[in-house]
Design a protein around this ligand. Structure first.
Ligand SMILES: Cc1ncc(COP(=O)(O)O)c(C=O)c1O
Length: 388
């Protein structure tokens, strides 16, 4: 059988090489400090699990409408209306099997072959692949470490061409934790409106912002902005696969059409659980926020003790993205080599920056216990010092 050119050209996960070594170490019974995974270390809150059990007991286990049950779409619309003073209803929402599917739907909805999609880098690994699947072209805008990787309106403006169809923003950012400044966000929104460009805003980490205001361009414009959200990180529900898009009715309808043919509805039980997640008790979110905030300070302190390591201060998500290029030598000359070295020498798993479009960096997730972080990052620091 012949694999299509489309899929032959599609890269797999950039982290495979490191993951293979990590898996082998684990199989050999070696303790690995795994800071590679991009998901909460907390369990899904009990009230959400109970809602899922209730849904099963009531046989809410059948197909739903492709774009999701109206109760969930109403809860999502209400969330935005409460936060941003919008007037959305369920007709503006499509629920999907995670934000990743929402983003894929949107690329297929908004990008024609040859259209350009502006993506600030470092970027979440899947954006360029999703653009590629829609036969669009990714145009990367490099953000600066000295600006804590926060993209500015003028950087975006410089990348706009007559072919620009979409600006794809992510705040808080994976992998850098950068939170875009409100003033810049406002200016980018105005630019998108003026130049007739769609603005996709991925705010999967919206609830994990530290000591700073998180904005959403949808509060200023609902014609050009589509927002993408997820239950995965906010409610420690990565495996349940619930994400959504909210925006213009016509865009939602087209996304729904695509999803209905390609995938049908997201899991019915997970949808009922997500209704409880959005409308029920929010204490668990506050507790996770407090834990991440504490760990962020701890992790930055530990990393700052390592001579030669520089780490921009992340304002959101649960990642830090230090520059490890000072430790490069003839053999270890890129982020993949450093990540492999850290794994073999210190049994610490991190993700090489190259997959995020940022050679010279590694991503460390602090969605791990304080004890793991202290031990693992101390080991990592010692292994790096040995290279000096
Ligand atoms: C920036 C960003 N967007 C989207 C996603 C996808 O999340 P979901 O689990 O909802 O598909 C992730 C997951 O890591 C992410 O980091």
């Amino acid at each position: 059988m012949q694999i299509t050119e489309r899929l032959q050209a599609l890269a797999g996960s950039p982290t495979t090489a490191v993951k293979q070594v990590a898996d082998q170490l684990k199989r050999d019974g070696i303790k690995v400090y795994d800071f590679g995974v991009g998901e909460p270390d907390f369990g899904t809150p009990e009230n959400i699990k109970d809602a899922a059990v209730g849904a099963m007991e009531q046989n809410k286990t059948k197909y739903t409408t492709a774009r999701g049950i109206v109760e969930l779409r109403e809860a999502i619309a209400q969330r935005y209306n409460n936060k941003y003073g919008t007037a959305f209803g369920p007709e503006h929402v499509v629920v999907s099997g995670g934000a990743k599917q929402s983003l894929y739907n949107l690329m297929m909805t908004l990008v024609n072959p040859g259209d350009e999609v502006i993506i600030p880098s470092p970027y979440w690994v899947s954006y360029p692949a999703l653009v590629q699947l829609a036969q669009g072209t990714s145009v990367f805008v490099e953000t600066k470490a000295e600006n804590d990787f926060k993209v500015t309106a003028s950087e975006i403006e410089a990348a706009i061409t007559p072919r620009t169809k979409v600006i794809n923003l992510n705040s808080p950012n994976n992998p850098t934790g950068a939170v875009i400044e409100i003033e810049e966000l406002k200016q980018i929104t105005e630019m998108a409106v003026e130049k007739d460009i769609a603005l996709i805003y991925d705010e999967c980490y919206e609830c994990f912002v530290f000591g700073k205001e998180h904005g959403n361009p949808i509060q200023w414009n609902q014609e050009k902005v589509v927002s993408v959200g997820s239950a995965s990180k906010t409610y420690a529900m990565t495996g349940w696969r619930i994400g959504w898009m909210i925006g213009l009715k016509e865009v939602a309808a087209a996304s729904d059409r695509f999803q209905s043919q390609a995938a049908s509805n997201p899991n019915s039980i997970a949808q009922w659980a997500a209704v409880e997640a959005l409308l029920g008790e929010q204490d668990a979110v506050d507790e996770m926020h407090a834990a991440y905030a504490k760990r962020r300070t701890m992790v930055l302190d530990l990393l700052n003790q390592v001579d030669g390591l520089t780490c921009p201060v992340p304002e959101g998500a649960f990642y830090v993205f230090p520059d490890v290029s000072n430790f490069f030598n003839e053999e270890l000359c890129d982020s993949i080599a450093i990540a492999k070295y850290l794994l073999e020498e210190a049994h610490v798993a991190v993700v090489p920056g190259s997959g995020f479009g940022a050679e010279g960096y590694v991503r460390i997730s602090y969605a791990a216990s304080e004890q793991e972080l202290t031990e693992g990052l101390t080991r990592m620091g010692e292994a790096l010092k040995a290279l000096k």
